[in-house]
Design a protein around this ligand. Structure first.
Ligand SMILES: [Fe+2]
Length: 291
């Protein structure tokens, strides 16, 4: 099924984070992850940096109202609309002020809204920065991850309905697909643009920025130190994806990852299976086992 999906190729372009104090959260991300803030007409704040953007808006801390995936052209967008609707799945109006109005929004079984679209051509401009600053650090918004209490239902939706390509699974028993606990999905040759972890309840898990090298991870960690922000997990190297990483937490407890060396997998490569254990999640040290 997935080999024919018009979702391929698409890339994570932006996502929205909610806060009961949006100005505080926007300031945190601007300072910590190198963004310049622009107010949007709908009352949200657009945060833009090199190859990365976020929307921060009012709401409950921890909410992520939508994930925006950028497509190549209008034909691909129409193909996605036809593909999804052809399977009897409703599309919704796009809530994204970043994408053009014809973006296609699809809600998954846990309620996460995936928006596929093309960026508007009249987004606010921001100034070039030539002095040392987090805005100069390399980090392309690259993947977003959720937690679910019904992994089988989520896997079925992402693989069979949207047609994301599975890259790796983690299973309690590697020989038994019924014991899968984590699924990593790609929508272009990068190992994952989306992943889902089995947990006790539905929730956001983390989002990640892909830096250009290990030295960038050092520079990001030094930057975090300058802000007295402790690394929450890592540095380490994930098994699935083979990427170097560390994570921090934002003021609402959202995990945010800086990554590098994410594996490249052509579309035709079959998924692999890892045992669900600390070593799979971090080849170098302690794992983060979701509850
Ligand atoms: Fe990640």
């Amino acid at each position: 099924m997935s080999i024919e999906s018009p979702i391929w190729p698409s890339k994570l372009d932006h996502l929205r984070l909610n806060s009961d104090d949006p100005a505080m959260l926007a300031d945190f991300y601007a300072d910590t992850f190198g963004y310049q803030a622009s107010p949007m007409p709908d009352g949200t704040v657009l945060l833009q940096g090199p190859d990365r953007r976020l929307v921060v808006g009012p709401g409950k801390p921890g909410e992520r109202p939508y994930h925006g995936f950028c497509v190549q052209d209008r034909q691909q967008l129409q193909d996605i609309r036809d593909f999804v609707q052809g399977q009897g799945v409703n599309t919704e109006p796009s809530p994204s002020a970043i994408f053009e109005g014809d973006a296609v929004a699809v809600r998954d079984p846990d309620g996460w809204l995936n928006v596929f679209g093309m960026p508007r051509r009249d987004l606010p401009s921001h100034k070039a920065v030539n002095t040392p600053s987090a805005v100069k650090l390399s980090g392309r918004l690259q993947h977003v991850v959720v937690a679910t209490d019904n992994l089988a239902r989520m896997m079925s939706f992402y693989e069979d309905v949207l047609g994301y390509v599975p890259s790796d699974y983690c299973s309690a028993d590697v020989d038994d697909p019924a014991t899968r606990k984590v699924a990593f999905y790609r929508s272009d040759p990068e190992h994952h643009s989306f992943a889902v972890f089995s947990a006790s309840e539905v929730g956001s898990d983390h989002h990640a920025y892909e830096a250009s090298s290990w030295n960038d991870i050092r520079d990001w960690a030094d930057h975090m130190s300058s802000r007295h922000i402790k690394l929450w997990w890592g540095p380490g190297r994930h098994g699935p994806g083979n990427n170097l990483f560390f994570m921090i937490q934002d003021p609402h407890g959202n995990q945010v990852e800086i990554s590098a060396e994410l594996e490249i997998m052509p579309r035709e490569m079959a998924p692999r299976v890892w045992p669900l254990e600390e070593r799979s999640l971090n080849l170098w040290g302690p794992g983060w086992i979701r509850d």
